[in-house]
Design a protein around this ligand. Structure first.
Ligand code: FPP
Length: 276
């Protein structure tokens, strides 16, 4: 159960406020992760070049982040650039995305400060171009003291590589401490993931209708609710985040256990057994 003390609901648009009014504030997710997809198709549908889709997608990033910060969402994690994007997209598109990321960080820093947003990253960011890493570090340091939403950008990220990196970190720790692998627990492994400092996502949103996970947060989404929308990312706004949260609140999370109805039925038959 999470209820933010710092939510700024009055700053939502009237349309967003109408959707927010349907939510149960005490059951807001703590962590929303998003696979931002469909930039290219958004551009193609308008006979525009793909890079314009990415540019528009960067605007969605800012708008959705600001809505998240207004409702007091603690963690928002966006898949901004995958390892596969880096390896499989044309060099010109990769360098455009790198330039876009730098200019995005630079031009939105003040808005991040105004919205009390802290910026962090996950992924093999050490392999990104130096000038991109410098700008990333600059934005992370500038926002480090902010206490609102933590916006985590997954950059040069792949979940399988994250698991491999965690494995390496864990085996190094075991070696250093002279421990055997026999006693390793899920918690030990979790401490070596890039996301060790955050809760697992409650809700994963994917835009543009594809029913895939695309190597995103594989360990962390074991019990995450998945919401897929046909909308392309450049058309995704804060109101759509709120609609996804409304759908999430209509779900029943069981974590492998029984649902509420089954639990009640179980209690009734237990009572009948003990009283009869
Ligand atoms: C998928 O669209 C999107 C990406 C390659 C990653 C997301 C990138 C952005 C939103 C732009 C910039 C982000 C930041 C943080 C500044 P696609 O090209 O795969 O779309 P398609 O499947 O329609 O071709």
């Amino acid at each position: 159960m999470y209820l933010s003390a710092t939510s700024r609901i009055h700053e939502l648009t009237p349309e967003e406020r109408a959707v927010y009014a349907t939510l149960t504030p005490s059951r807001l997710p703590e962590h929303v992760a998003i696979i931002m997809d469909g930039n290219g198709r958004w551009a193609g549908a308008r006979s525009l070049k793909r890079f314009l889709g990415h540019q528009q997608g960067a605007k969605s990033v800012q708008m959705v982040t600001e809505t998240a910060s207004r409702i007091g969402l603690p963690w928002l994690t966006l898949y901004a650039f995958s390892l596969e994007n880096n390896l499989r997209r044309p060099r010109a598109e990769v360098s455009f995305l790198m330039r876009l990321l730098r200019s995005y960080l630079e031009s939105n820093l003040q808005r991040m400060m105004d919205n009390n947003v802290r910026i962090r990253y996950i992924g093999r960011t050490q392999d990104l171009p130096t000038e991109v890493q410098e700008k990333m570090q600059w934005a992370e340091e500038a926002t480090a003291q902010n206490t609102g939403t933590t916006l985590t950008l997954a950059l040069n990220y792949g979940a399988r590589s994250e698991i491999v990196d965690a494995f390496k970190g864990l085996t190094a720790e075991l070696k250093l401490k002279g421990l055997s692998a026999e006693r390793v627990t899920e918690e030990d492994f979790h401490r070596h993931l890039y996301t060790a400092h955050m809760p697992d996502p409650d809700l994963l949103i994917r835009t543009s209708g594809e029913m895939r996970i695309s190597n995103y947060l594989l360990w962390q989404i074991a019990y995450t609710e998945i919401f897929v929308t046909e909308r392309f990312w450049p058309d995704f706004r804060g109101i759509h985040l709120l609609e996804a949260i409304a759908a999430y609140q209509r779900r029943e999370r069981r974590y492998g256990g029984l649902g509420e109805a089954e639990r009640e039925g179980q209690e009734v038959s237990e009572e009948a057994r003990t009283s009869g």
